[in-house]
Ligand binder design. Sequence first.
Ligand SMILES: Cc1cc2nc3c(=O)[nH]c(=O)nc-3n(C[C@H](O)[C@H](O)[C@H](O)COP(=O)(O)OP(=O)(O)OC[C@H]3O[C@@H](n4cnc5c(N)ncnc54)[C@H](O)[C@@H]3O)c2cc1C
Length: 505
Amino acid sequence: MMQSKAHDIVIVGGGTAGWMAASILARSTKGRLGRITLVESAEIGTVGVGEATIPPIQFFNQLLGIDERDFVARTQASFKLGIEFRNWHRKGQSYIHPFGSFGGNMDAVSFHHYWLRLRALGDGTDIGDYCPAIAAARQGRFAPEMPDGPPGGPVLAYAYHFDAALYAAYLRDFATRLGVTRIEGRITAIRQRAEDGYVSQLDLADGSSVTGDLFIDCSGFRSLLLGQTLGVGFKDWSRWLPCDRALAVPCEGGEAISPYTRSTAHAAGWQWRIPLQHRIGNGHVYSSAFMSDEEAAAILLGHLDGKPQADPRPLRFTAGRRERSWERNVVALGLAGGFLEPLESTSIHLIQTALFRLLALMPTDIKDQVTRDEFNRLTEAEYDHIRDFLILHYHATDRDDSDFWNYVRTMPVPDSLRHKMELFRARGRVARVDGQLFVEASWVAVFLGQGVDPIAYDPMAEVVKEPDLRQRLSRHLDHVRRSVAGMPMHRDFINRHCKAQETAA
Ligand SMILES: Cc1cc2nc3c(=O)[nH]c(=O)nc-3n(C[C@H](O)[C@H](O)[C@H](O)COP(=O)(O)OP(=O)(O)OC[C@H]3O[C@@H](n4cnc5c(N)ncnc54)[C@H](O)[C@@H]3O)c2cc1C
């Protein structure tokens, strides 16, 4: 049996990706695989956005052994039960994509088929009324679990909104305490071995250098190692996801904190609203082919819930991913590996899953091609799945009030998405592959919210007798109403359990 050799790991970049990598690698390898060094440059700085997450981040925090309430207090965080999409299907219409499930499945038939059957029988109850996360979000309430949840009942899941700078600082403290060496300095040259092109050394502006065996490229959009040095190409998806710019601005928040992210569609993109304890994060994601920067800024500033705390900060990007995330001895994470707009808050999650993959596939021999191929295969599948989910939001719309909406509504979409839409339209079924991020309830929420309405439901939903079905769903509805009414208001929950000590601007 071949034993793992010690690998000195060098992480390039100290944004969210770099410090997440440093934390989990230090925690998991316990210093036994080799040294871990992180190089970051205050002069260059970080992207400074990335404040909304999805529930699997809880698993990441648990692996690190992070105390949730301390983490929430120290990052000015709030809790998130889902995302509200306003004006996406039509102007004036809104829906929530919740975390967790709508209702429990009965007799192996998914809940939404029973709801579709009742709807066909004339029942007008909104599917969201059956979902605890949606009901709590609408009332501004939050609790980490459903009081008196029945077995097999709906599941409540949540994530966080946090201050990106405080999150990176939190993880930096964590990782350096576990022995990660932090080097502050600007990388000016990257040296490769003559024989095979593997990266061997980073030269810094102060004349010093850093050597290593495995390099993790967390250098952000620059993709310093994977893109610039190793020349790995970029798969451009802007024909399906044409938004290529964002303006970000924090504003003052009020007393109430809504426990969800809001995404409001505008004429050539959309605006995020991420409420934290001390402020609200806002940003307008738009397509420069359809809107000028000035117009985008005016729309953003015209739709804030409080006084802006800074001038809007511009960001530029292209949707897509690197053709390979792992090439030679360089693995790219975060923005260095690809970018999918934050419509479903998936970027930090992609960093997390790439790290889990790296840990599961930690090479015994750094030249092991089959390991790299497997890592790249899984990364591609994950990106493609999320890409399709994002495109669905744009494509399945009735909006025809701007050139942008006319373009995305009529554009040809990837075959994989077209198949999913056809399958759902036919009988409300969701085409899934095990292990994919977005579960059935997520696809159902967005299909229905965007107006993709099934022609029929699963015939298995007919097996339950109609009076039984009515009674079961009405009991379920009652349970959700009572449970949610028993939850505290979100701000009260935070103040009681995890209030930030300082209210920094
Ligand atoms: C508009 C927008 C909104 C977003 N919203 C969300 C969201 O809500 N949820 C979510 O999950 N994700 C979101 N993201 C993505 C998220 O911000 C990133 O995935 C996350 O912050 C990780 O960034 P990073 O660490 O890869 O890059 P960065 O934060 O850019 O860090 C790069 C690091 O590399 C260092 N570096 C670069 N060059 C050099 C050099 N020559 N020498 C030394 N150091 C160097 C920099 O100093 C920095 O430390 C958003 C992204 C954008 C653009």
